[in-house]
Design a protein around this ligand. Structure first.
Ligand SMILES: *Cc1c(COP(=O)(O)O)cnc(C)c1O
Length: 214
């Protein structure tokens, strides 16, 4: 899809576009950059670091893939948002590396909404068990939640999952994170983003629709 059209449509809906550039070369990123896009998402640390080094410094980089604790240090200095904070031990490591870099690091809490075992994330119950500890991590700024729907053609399944994530967000906001900075629901990809937006998404992660299939 044409970038400008998608961006404009999302802007009018108040939804943030994360252009998912994983596996795509810097030249493809620059093509969108020259059209105004400044926010890109990657899912592998090494690729993220290489692209951060090679590309303009006013790009905001988001980590959207599963993150190993021992790799947090490579991105802690520059990462703009980590969507995939999915365990207390990872949150503690991000907090530690943020302190070392004299900054706060923004994260989203990844909640498991899909049925497949492969999809990472906290169950909502597990998340509630460590919420007080999470709130105590001073260099961590919790900016909302992230989730991935089941890979299926049945939109009814995804709709229910997205509604669940919205419900979790609302409950967390009410009970634990009343501050303005807790504001994002990252859900929706190329195949399901219109539905995700209907269900309350504020941030969509779109790759193949913008860059072509991988
Ligand atoms: C690859 C990826 C996306 C984008 O997927 P598309 O279907 O190409 O839009 C979104 N979120 C995550 C976590 C991904 O790994």
């Amino acid at each position: 899809m044409e970038y400008a059209k998608l961006k404009q449509s999302l802007d009018t809906q108040g939804v943030t576009l994360v252009a998912v550039s994983k596996t795509k070369p810097p030249s493809a990123i620059l093509e969108l950059y020259t059209q105004g896009q400044r926010l890109f998402g990657e899912n592998r640390v090494q690729e993220l670091v290489e692209k951060h080094e090679a590309l303009p410094k006013d790009i905001a980089w988001h980590m959207i893939g599963q993150l190993q604790k021992n790799k947090v240090k490579y991105i802690a200095g520059f990462i703009s948002l980590i969507h995939s904070c999915d365990s207390l031990s990872l949150a503690k490591m991000i907090n530690k590396e943020a302190k070392k870099n004299n900054r706060k690091i923004k994260v989203l809490l990844q909640i498991k909404i899909a049925k497949e075992d492969s999809k990472a994330g906290w169950s909502y119950e597990q998340l509630l068990e460590c919420i007080e500890e999470l709130k105590g991590l001073a260099a961590l700024e919790v900016g909302g939640v992230m989730g991935m729907g089941t890979f299926t053609d049945e939109l009814g399944v995804n709709e229910k999952e997205f509604q669940n994530l919205k419900h979790y967000f609302d409950a967390l906001k009410k009970e634990h994170f009343p501050e303005d900075s807790f504001k994002n629901i990252s859900m929706g990809m190329s195949g399901d983003y219109p539905l995700a937006i209907e269900c309350g998404s504020t941030m969509v992660r779109i790759g193949s629709l913008l860059f072509g299939s991988r």
